[in-house]
Design a protein around this ligand. Structure first.
Ligand code: 4AD
Ligand code: MG
Length: 431
């Protein structure tokens, strides 16, 4: 019977076949330890002349790193470690033995070499673990949203106008229609859908032609935008908090093995419980200045500001009411202070920084039109968006999370490039 490694615990002392890859081999002519991987997990196969026979020994000897194979034998429980199983090999069928030496070895490789070989690097233990955690985060997000009356609305990727500022747009020629742009966020489109469905979300790739060469920036990344009718600033914050708690809870439930492979200290993750820390932008600026930052009252937080601030805390931080002048045109202003937007950014602790951006939206036609003009955006391009304020406008709010930023924080990776299968950076488009 063919089984998966993840199911080995249910087959102790049974004869089974595992199909996968041999990612390493230890031993010599007397005994071989095959390090096997099948996608669901990792397992050691033990080959000896006495138990496995000469034929299996010869086959084990022939196999090189990353050979694909079917290996048959008896599952045994590891004598010392709980929850570790081994395969006492009886038969090996090599499916494909590479002619060349596998380029990625146990020795240290530089990031460029690894990124050039990303198609192979994805097989490495840590990269395997990161993608598994990413998968859990995606599923937990869908789960939370589905349990809370959200409907998925797929926003277009080819768009005629900007959403988040015109300096970061990927421009393409669109037949006879002139320029089109790759979407920076589906937000504006899913705002249209709340009038039909109440609570909606999208989840897909977005694009930023940002000239930012940092450990936090990709040019293509995955965003989940949520948008909710009749939800105002405070409730918007509560929903973000609940969603993030749900994600963390799920990862801690499902991915203990992966977090261990990543050597992630799970103690800070366990502390992620509502309520999160909340500070106004003005408070944060004062705090940062005390820590030596040159940030000014009307500035956005820089990457370094986010790093030093969030290193101080082990819980996520909502930074509330940024200066309206540094934020997008669609944000509603604080009725008590017109210079501030009714927005929050959620910053992940331990130095990670912004993972979510959200706000209440301007719902008044005349005010929104004024904002468009202030931002030098064309009334014509946004006429459909203005229409939403013409026909049954309601107070509404929403937010967008950057999937890779969340994966990076939860996995504890140094750089965002490892959190997406095939990263797109300013100076990298391959493989
Ligand atoms: O803060 P941003 O730009 O907000 C929006 O796009 C809103 N339209 C979202 C909304 O309200 N529906 O982007 C949202 C999140 C950020 O908080 C960050 O996590 C991530 O997207 N992000 C990036 N991730 C990787 N690389 C980049 N270049 C990113 N830019 C933003
Ligand atoms: Mg932002």
């Amino acid at each position: 019977m063919t089984i998966t490694i993840s199911d080995a615990k249910n087959h102790v002392n049974e004869d089974v076949t595992i199909q996968g890859w041999m990612y390493n081999r230890r031993g010599s002519g007397k005994i071989y330890f095959l390090q096997l991987r099948d996608g669901t997990g990792f397992m050691q196969g033990i080959v000896t002349p006495q138990e496995s026979g000469e034929e299996a020994m010869a086959e084990a000897e022939k196999m090189t790193m990353e050979s694909s194979c079917r290996v048959t034998g008896t599952i045994t429980a590891h004598p010392k470690h709980d929850d570790v199983f081994e395969l006492q090999v009886k038969k090996i069928e090599a499916i494909h033995i590479p002619d060349e030496e596998y380029p990625i070895s146990k020795k240290e490789h530089g990031p460029d070499f690894l990124l050039d070989n990303r198609h192979l690097w994805l097989r490495s233990g840590k990269q395997w673990a990161i993608q598994r955690v990413r998968n859990t985060i995606i599923n937990a997000t869908y789960e939370y949203l589905n349990q809370n009356e959200f409907i998925k609305i797929d926003a277009p990727i080819l768009t005629p106008n900007a959403c988040e500022g015109t300096t970061e747009l990927f421009e393409i020629e669109y037949f006879d229609e002139g320029n089109a742009y790759l979407s920076q966020s589906g937000q504006l489109y899913i705002e249209a859908a709340i009038m039909s469905h109440g609570r909606v979300f999208d989840f897909g790739p977005v694009f930023r032609a940002e000239k930012s060469k940092t450990r936090r920036h990709l040019t293509e990344f995955w965003m989940m935008d949520a948008e909710m009718a009749f939800v105002e600033h405070e409730e918007n914050i509560k929903i973000q908090e609940e969603l993030v708690c749900h994600i963390i809870k799920k990862v801690l439930e499902v991915n203990q093995k992966e977090l261990k492979i990543l050597e992630r200290d799970v103690e800070p993750l366990k502390k992620v419980e509502a309520p999160f820390i909340r500070k106004t932008h003005a408070e944060v600026v004062a705090e940062l200045k005390e820590m030596g930052s040159d940030i000014e009252e009307n500035h956005d937080l820089g990457g370094d500001d986010e790093t030093i601030l969030t290193k101080k805390y082990d819980k996520p931080i909502f930074v509330d009411r940024y200066p309206a002048e540094v934020k997008a045109f669609y944000m509603k202003r604080d009725p008590n202070d017109e210079t501030r937007a009714l927005c929050v950014d959620l910053l992940a602790p331990e130095g990670y920084g912004e993972i979510i951006g959200g706000s209440q939206r301007e719902d008044d036609y005349d005010v929104l039109l004024k904002r468009l003009k202030e931002h030098d955006l064309s009334e014509k391009d946004f006429s459909w968006y203005l229409d939403l304020r013409k026909f049954g406008s309601v107070p509404h709010s929403g937010f967008g999370f950057g999937l890779e930023r969340i994966v990076g924080w939860i996995c504890g990776t140094q750089h965002i490039r490892e959190t997406i299968p095939f990263p797109r950076l300013i100076s990298r488009i391959t493989p």
